[in-house]
Design a protein around this ligand. Structure first.
Ligand code: FRU
Length: 469
């Protein structure tokens, strides 16, 4: 049964909300963000028929985690995006509490979405259906309905299908919670996307020797990269350590060898994927020329999320920039995609003591820095980055109280590449060996200043604005 249409309410929310969000000095000028309402996970990231498609979890009606739809953008170059018809709304019984995250595939030439239909019951229980939808001639999507009910042995928390094809067979990984409340990644296979066979648990608590790995794993993504396999996932409930997993919900990766026939993944330890304050639920795809590209949500569902000041302007959250992944010497490297250099305006260069360096306007700017000794970068008196022989400390004040919050990246820092937008910074350390992504909310106009006696070599550019069309 189809539920009553919320189209009029969505249309009104967008008409009223878009001009309001654009008045916010914190609204991103080159990162994808919702025109109004709340955006979270990237979904269905794929290159299809000459364009990239990026779908996203979107509540157009309000800045909260209700009414999850799939919004849709497309791009020829991963830099300039355009709006596409909204793809999915929660208007069927089997997805009535949200069209939750998932992926896109090309099946028999048709763009097909695999997503989770989330259903909550009045008694507090819940279930989840893995569902399909296929693109129609108007660019929208027709739902094909559920193809997989809740597998037995798991709670209602089974979601976020990432589907791919290999040797003519479809595979799907799902994030899950078992009946003992332990986080897992499940593997399924199919010959037609309709009928799915459970292959087993390929990762999670108690699998392949992993212990204390949390109560629920969300948004798994499994792929081959430079001769190894990488699993990205969001294990909820990992213990905080002194210098990592400090976000309420972290995002992690592991590498090793997958054998799909036996549903086994022989892997190494978990590593944090991004050490900044805001990063979650990323998704990858292959570019037209075979690069593995990742986009993440620059947000975390935590207690501070709802205190972000952009909610006063009726919108919240943005994506990260697209990143190119490489696997070298046992490490996962992330670099901003090379296409982003198209946004650079005139190049400036400077060398000298950090405290004498030119200030930059906090906003659309990129800088590359080689430090030679301890250094501080002050982002508009709102976010502070310190580099010393231990590594990096990134600090900002809590939005709740006076507490200073810190995130760390430990190691020898030889270079920093920092990409800024009106309310975000993405710090790429040592050509992508580490990344720290964070939002910040300066009072514009504001400045980025360098401090400390160390000698730095600096290159910097302002970046062109590039709003979604
Ligand atoms: C991750 C997540 C997913 C879910 C979606 C709902 O942020 O919780 O597991 O599918 O968000 O919006």
């Amino acid at each position: 049964m189809t539920l009553p249409s919320r189209w009029p309410a969505v249309l009104q929310a967008v008409m009223k909300g878009q001009p309001r969000a654009r008045q916010d000095s914190h609204y991103p000028q080159w990162h994808p963000a919702p025109v109004t309402g709340l955006m979270n996970d990237p979904n269905g990231f794929i290159w299809y028929a000459g364009r990239y498609h990026l779908f996203y979890q979107w509540n157009p009606l309000d800045c909260d985690h209700q009414y999850k739809c799939w919004g849709h953008w497309s791009s020829a170059d991963l830099v300039h995006w355009q709006h596409e018809p909204m793809a999915l709304m929660p208007d069927e019984e089997y997805d009535r509490n949200g069209c939750y995250s998932g992926s896109a595939v090309v099946n028999k030439g048709e763009l097909t979405l695999c997503y989770t239909g989330n259903v909550k019951f009045d008694d507090g229980g819940r279930t989840a259906w893995q569902c399909l939808a296929v693109q129609n001639a108007a660019g929208g999507f027709d739902k094909l309905g559920p193809v997989l009910p809740l597998p037995s042995g798991y709670t209602g928390h089974v979601r976020d299908p990432k589907v791919w094809q290999q040797n003519g067979i479809w595979y799907m990984v799902l994030g899950a919670q078992d009946q003992q409340q332990r986080g897992k990644v499940l593997l399924f296979k199919s010959t037609d996307l309709q009928c799915w066979h459970a292959c087993g648990e390929i990762a999670g608590h108690g699998v392949n020797g992993l212990q204390d790995a949390g109560y629920m794993w969300e948004c798994p993504d499994l792929f081959e990269l430079d001769g190894t396999h990488v699993l990205i996932c969001c294990p909820q409930g990992l213990a905080r350590e002194p210098h990592r997993y400090l976000n309420h919900y972290p995002c992690a990766w592991m590498s090793g060898d997958v054998a799909l026939e036996s549903a086994t993944f022989n892997h190494g330890p978990l590593h944090e994927l991004d050490a900044g304050f805001e990063f979650y639920a990323p998704q990858t795809t292959l570019s037209a020329d075979g690069r593995r590209i990742l986009i993440g949500w620059m947000g975390v569902p935590d207690g501070e999320e709802m205190l972000q000041p952009t909610r006063e302007y009726g919108w919240i959250h943005q994506m990260t920039c697209p990143r190119e992944l490489q696997f070298r010497e046992g490490k996962l490297y992330q670099q901003p995609i090379r296409e982003l250099t198209a946004l650079r305006e005139e190049e400036h260069q400077w060398q000298g003591h950090a405290s004498d360096a030119p200030c930059m306007e906090a906003g659309r700017v990129e800088f590359i820095l080689m430090p030679d000794g301890p250094l501080e970068v002050n982002f508009a008196d709102t976010l502070w980055l310190s580099v010393d022989e231990q590594g990096i400390r990134l600090q900002r004040q809590s939005l709740k109280n006076d507490e200073m919050l810190v995130r760390y990246w430990l190691g020898n820092v030889t270079s920093l590449r920092v990409l800024c937008d009106c309310s975000s910074v993405e710090i790429f350390i040592n050509d992508g060996e580490g990344v720290m992504s964070s939002r910040y909310f300066p009072q514009h106009p504001a400045q980025i200043r360098f401090e400390g006696a160390s000698v730095i070599t600096l290159r910097y550019w302002s970046l062109r604005a590039c709003m979604i069309e």
